[in-house]
Design a protein around this ligand. Sequence first.
Ligand code: APR
Ligand code: PHB
Length: 398
Amino acid sequence: MNVERTKVAIVGAGPSGLLLGRLLERHGIENVIIENRSREYCESRIRAGILEQVTRDALTEAGVADRLEREGMVHGGIYLNFNGQRHHIPMDELTGGRCVTVYGQSEIVKDLFAAREATGAPIVFEAEDVSLDGIDNDEPVVRYRLGGVEHEVHADYIAGCDGFHGISRDAMPDGYQQLYLREYPFAWLGIMASVAPSTDELIYAQHPNGFALHSMRSASVSRLYIQVDPNDDIANWSDARIWEQLHIRMATDGWTLHEGPVTEKSILPMRSFVATPMRYRSLFLAGDAAHIVPPAGAKGLNLAAADVIVLAHALADRYSSGSETGLDEYSDRCLRRIWRAQHFSWWMTQMLHTNPSEDAYGQQLQRSQLEYVCSSTAAAKSLAENYVGLAIEQAVSA
Ligand code: APR
Ligand code: PHB
């Protein structure tokens, strides 16, 4: 048995756990990250790639934004496509100059791993049978097995950053958390294609055949999505069939979608989920462990970053001044921002997807909503301010 002691034990090396570990290191707070997959697996997991200014600033503050500064693509707007027409939403103009940055989540994960490797801060990969103990008597321990040896990490606090399918949420007592869930009758089929993007900014398209999105990863890699049935099988979708639907759903006069070799394709489930409160005694949940949004608002990564920014500050206060106020307020502060993003993500989802069970009346409401967003400055401004993201103070001050 190998026994270790640290201040904060972090379960999970996704964006939440890695950024939290990095921010704590910058505050001089010792921490250990325990991850049950390999580094290669974590680095190759493909996820969304839109960063709010707050997220970008946090990565800069964490000293891991050099490559992001060079390779990230700053976008000041998005396009909405419906009824064969394309409309531009100039988010920067509508929000006093705020923008988003397109930079893949897997690249952020790589940059955070490299930074951790450089400082030598402890991180365990491929930990088996990870479990939490001692939460009830405030002597929290993370246990795991590695290469046949049992390990125990004793900590002051545990940060559950282990995603939607992790074990931390379930370590809270039964019935302690209130769970909120909304499932949708659609999923996204995503492809990565080796072809220059056919657009300068993202295109979100609503079409009777279903939603489509044109995003990108670089000047030579496009990321595209189409709405499919959640029970559909990827084997039913040849590359040719996917491109056909992308052409149909995003069609607009005078514009051409360029095709290229598909290097990855998968179907992604979609749900809205919140578990509250996000703290039980010395256990704090952050990121996907506590909440999930459907991807149409591009909020998942940004919410994860906002959680750990708040948590890192609260822990820094606790260790520098002994004040527990920040820790006590953690859950409520995060949840105000989370519910705003939950609403925005739900709102974008219902505005842009084709719901197979929607009646003709519902279809007319959807069309009217899209027309309103594309013709009223007030409506466009509301979309823009949510999309670029609220300042942390705005979302967290009561
Ligand atoms: N023990 C240790 N690690 C675990 C365990 C476990 N039992 N279960 C899961 N993990 C790891 C996963 O392998 C993963 O590396 O926890 C990490 C969780 O990472 P994410 O799922 O990426 O969650 P998070 O870091 O909160 O990031 C949220 O992910 O889903 C997207 O859009 C979302 O961008 C957002 C981001
Ligand atoms: C992506 O680039 O993967 C992406 C972009 C915008 C979204 C969702 C995903 O809303």
